[in-house]
Design a protein around this ligand. Structure first.
Ligand code: NZQ
Ligand code: ZN
Length: 388
């Protein structure tokens, strides 16, 4: 296990009716609140009205609506202008990862003289940020409990991230009932994303991080157990609660600290989203099993065999390659059973830009130097070709 710093300061208010603590949570930071939300799901499921009632006359509420899935830098710029104009004290992000990530860009951008897109090239440019309170409505990214923000500039086909301890939400309200209205497609995409965060951390060159790996296995098994239930019965509290808490724990540092190294499937998927605006979790589910098949070799086989047994629940057999391959097959079957489209053409991607996206994945990441198995642009191109 490598040296690490673990810092997860978000106050989590988990469970039914926790939204009642919203006024108190905001009051600690001030009266001028920027409410940030997406395309309107919070108006349909009643959460918007509940927030208005709770905040009543006590706060000056300003609104930035319409944050896009794969949030755009233009929306961040709009939010920065609003924060400056209205002297916002605290940002209230209500939604999924996109809304929370956009809010992080706004929170930091408010104190930065240049363009907030600069953060994606150099996170150290974030030197101050407005406090962020979130109400999570989709179990997926873990953004509710980390300092990461993934932003898109579609004019350049770029989807890039920044990370800062200053943009970790101060408070996150996690009421599983707020995810009852998440449609099946987003539910399976969210679960695929949680699963992928755990896989990216699990397959690392660092040795001896048993605590992290056993926690990751438990979380993966939890996601496997509850996703089909949430899909079948969207208002099953236990299923939604377990997926929600798994989302936060999968990417708050718990399973990744002490295990350095670049993530692979995320670097590749971010190019798919940058060029084709696809749903993040779906892209990950398509890429992950093909990446696993590609990097299975003498050095990685033991870990893949461990994954097959400890996560996918297969019985131990002598032929570790056969076991490893069966584990990967099971993972693909799991995504298929959830209903995830498992090829690129099914999400509107053909071979035309695969080579360009492969090159960009290498340029925008440390895939060629510090991933679990280092890859060249040709390798990434082959992995993507295997997704057709
Ligand atoms: O916009 P609204 O109308 O709210 O609808 C959203 C959106 O269409 C809908 N939705 C969310 N909650 C709902 C709901 N619909 C009905 N009922 C609800 N309760 O779901 C759609 C997708 O929302 P989005 O926020 O885009 O999804 P997600 O949470 O999966 O976030 C994806 C973004 O986060 C980034 C991804 O790359 C992508 O841009 N990531 C952020 C990370 C981080 N900050 O740590 C890490 C991840 O790996 C990821 O890269
Ligand atoms: Zn992700």
């Amino acid at each position: 296990m490598e040296n690490f710093q673990f810092y997860a300061p978000t106050k989590v208010l988990f469970g039914r009716n926790q939204v009642e603590q919203l006024p108190e949570s905001l009051k600690a930071y001030g009266q001028n609140v920027l409410l940030v939300y997406g395309g309107g799901s919070i108006k349909k499921n009643g959460l918007y009205d509940k927030i208005q009632t709770l905040l009543g006359e006590d706060f000056n509420l300003f609104e930035l609506a319409g944050v896009e899935p794969n949030p755009r830098i233009e929306t961040v710029r709009k939010g920065v202008a609003m924060c400056r104009e209205h002297q916002i004290d605290v940002i209230l992000a209500v939604g999924g990862g996109s809304t929370i990530d956009c809010s992080k860009g706004i929170a930091a951008g408010t104190f930065y003289d240049g363009d907030p897109w600069d953060f994606t090239g150099d996170s150290s440019l974030v030197t101050e940020a407005l406090p962020i309170v979130t109400i999570l409505t989709l179990a997926a990214t873990g953004s509710e409990m980390n300092g990461g923000s993934v932003l898109s500039d579609m004019s350049k086909n770029e989807k890039l991230s920044f990370h800062s301890p200053l943009t970790i939400p101060k408070v996150s309200i996690l009421d599983p009932e707020n995810t009852y209205s998440v449609p099946a497609y987003q539910t399976m995409a969210g679960s695929s994303d949680i699963f992928s965060h755990l896989i990216e951390n699990y397959f690392s060159k660092a040795k001896g991080a048993e605590v992290q790996d056993r926690i990751a296995e438990g979380l993966m098994r939890t996601v496997m157990q509850y996703t089909p239930i949430a899909l079948e019965e969207p208002t099953n509290y236990e299923a939604r609660a377990n997926l929600m808490w798994a989302s936060s724990l999968a990417l708050n540092g718990l399973t990744g600290r002490g295990k350095s190294g670049a993530w692979t499937c995320h670097a590749i998927e971010h190019e798919l989203s940058a060029f084709y605006d696809i749903t993040h979790g779906i892209g990950l589910a398509i890429v992950t099993p093909r990446w696993m098949e590609y990097v299975l070799n003498e050095e990685t086989v033991d870990k893949f065999a461990m994954f097959a047994v400890n996560v996918m629940g297969l019985a131990v057999i002598n032929d570790k390659y056969a076991l490893a391959k069966a584990g990967i097959r099971e993972l693909k079957n799991m995504f298929t059973a959830w209903g995830v489209p498992m090829t690129l053409p099914e999400v509107g991607i053909d071979e035309e830009k695969l080579s360009l996206m492969a090159q960009k994945a290498i340029e925008h990441s440390a895939l060629s130097t510090s991933s679990y198995v280092t890859l060249t642009a040709e390798d990434v191109h082959q992995i993507l070709t295997n997704c057709l």
